[in-house]
Design a protein around this ligand. Structure first.
Ligand SMILES: [Zn+2]
Length: 499
């Protein structure tokens, strides 16, 4: 609790200086030492200049990954694009890590501290879309970057290379590391990289995500397990010999009835949802195989584990009722995100130093047209085309109902980051306007804000041991007494595909 108490003092000091020196280039900042200021150092200036100077190259990398639009664990060309870029900037690459061909780790420098940046680059199915403000698939039935991960991958990698330039020019200590993390959408990549120990030696991790708002992240997320239940029965003619059949589909249906009754006895934050992925071929054959796929979510992982235990009982009960057999496979399991106050304050201060995205009138018109196109399909009304302001850092961590595979690593390493407004205000993520914006100038502008903020924050972490120590102390305080217990079997390795 000491760390949190200390960081509150630092926050109060920052507010004081912000009020006194609004518009000045030096902002009072985060670390354990409240007298430290987050400012534009010569090393940061080098990094920011590199990003400005290489603007078109960074945009080209985004456009390449945006165009490939590869699904999780198939991001061969996207990962190669980032690895080639890093390699040509003197990073040493370890590729195909943690049993995933498209996962990699890239290092520059040596020794501690090691500052990690996350890159994601997986796309979403059925969201192919041109970079124009009307609905039009680029490839029929193709995938698209509906979560903006092309921007995420290119922006984080640009930040890592910019930090590398500053390290060389200013003789900074330590290591900058870029984690190439595949298959975020199915909550796989980082889970297995954490499991394989790739985050054991890193001192802090930074990341960003495209969103419709700009803010330093100070947030939790829902813990989540992804579990498949396979029932095996006996096929028979459904009319001529039903008494000899054992329906696996009946078992799935009975299991779902049980799960729906379970809802009456879970906490408010619980989210339990399923799809039937296999349920037989045609009505006159008793289905011998059936599968139901569940996501189980809650604010704390211990609750997910408890609900998972209840679902196991329900599945066994369904199997008994139908005299079928059930087997269970957990694809993935992520803990809730542990927020980090000192890192949130550091990123917030650097974000204010850089400034949020200042969209051009052309970009605002583009955003407005995307909103109008989406409104015609959804009847949702929109107010402003874009949200340019930097939102204030909340006093308490924000609660979101999403899950992320960043969750597990945030238990091991202090983790911070930001979101930058990259698409029109009020548009839901995982939609076609997000794909369009991610391949267009408004997305590019946001990506550069993110790259600069990450680079500046990373340089501070390389050079401010007190901030790093405060971040570690904050993590220790928040996880004290809590147990990290993954539901994944110890010997389980990453899947070869997402289905
Ligand atoms: Zn995403």
């Amino acid at each position: 609790m000491n760390a949190i108490a200390r960081s509150r003092t630092a926050r109060a000091a920052m507010r004081h200086v912000l009020g006194a020196a609004l518009g000045a280039s030096a902002l009072c900042g985060p670390s354990a030492d409240a007298t430290d200021e987050v400012s534009l150092t010569p090393a940061k200036a080098t990094a920011l200049e590199w990003i400005e100077h290489n603007r078109s190259g960074i945009v080209d990398v985004n456009q390449a990954i945006w165009g490939y639009a590869e699904l999780g664990l198939q991001e061969t060309r996207s990962a190669r694009t980032l690895m080639d870029w890093l390699e040509s900037n003197d990073f040493t690459i370890e590729e195909g890590v943690a049993g995933m061909p498209t996962a990699f780790v890239a290092n520059y420098g040596s020794g501690q501290p090691i500052i990690g940046l996350l890159a994601e680059y997986d796309a979403l199915p059925d969201l192919s879309q041109v970079a124009e403000p009307h609905r039009e698939p680029r490839i029929v039935d193709g995938a698209g970057h509906g979560c903006g991960h092309s921007l995420y991958g290119a922006g984080s990698t640009a930040a890592a290379i910019a930090i590398r330039q500053a390290m060389a020019a200013h003789d900074l200590p330590g290591t900058v590391r870029l984690y190439g993390t595949p298959a975020e959408e199915t909550v796989i990549g980082k889970i297995y990289m954490v499991k394989a120990g790739f985050f054991d030696d890193v001192d802090a991790v930074l990341r960003w995500h495209p969103m419709d708002v700009t803010e330093a992240m100070y947030t939790t997320s829902l813990a989540m397990a992804s579990v498949k239940f396979d029932f095996a029965g006996v096929s028979a003619h459904a009319a001529a010999a039903p008494e000899r059949g054992r329906s696996a589909l009946d078992a799935v249906e009975l299991m779902n009835v049980g799960a729906n009754y379970l809802r009456e006895h879970v906490k408010d934050d619980a989210r339990i949802h399923y799809v039937i992925t296999e349920g037989g071929g045609q009505p006159n054959v008793v289905p011998a195989r059936a599968q139901v796929w569940y996501y189980i979510r809650a604010y704390v992982h211990a609750d997910v584990a408890a609900y998972y235990g209840r679902l196991l009982d329900i599945a066994r009960g369904a199997a008994m009722m139908t005299r079928t057999d059930v087997s269970v496979h957990i694809d993935s399991d992520t803990h809730e995100l542990i927020p980090n106050r000192p890192l949130a304050e550091l990123v917030d201060a650097n974000l204010r130093l850089i400034g949020g995205p200042d969209f051009s009138s052309t970009e605002e018109t583009f955003a407005r047209m995307l909103q109008e196109g989406f409104a015609r399909e959804s009847n949702i009304e929109f107010d402003r085309p874009v949200l340019e302001e930097i939102r204030p850092l909340p006093q308490e961590p924000a609660r979101t109902s999403a899950s992320t595979d960043v969750g597990d690593l945030s238990w091991k390493v202090p983790t911070g980051g930001l979101t930058v407004a990259s698409y029109p205000a009020g548009i839901p993520i995982h939609s076609w306007p997000v794909v369009a914006a991610s391949g267009a100038p408004m997305g590019h502008r946001a990506m550069l804000v993110a790259a600069k903020t990450l680079a500046a924050s990373g340089i501070d972490l390389l050079t401010r041991p007190a901030t790093l120590e405060a971040a570690r102390a904050d993590l220790r305080a928040r996880t004290a007494g809590a147990e990290f217990r993954s539901l994944l079997p110890a010997e389980q390795t990453a899947p070869e595909s997402i289905r």
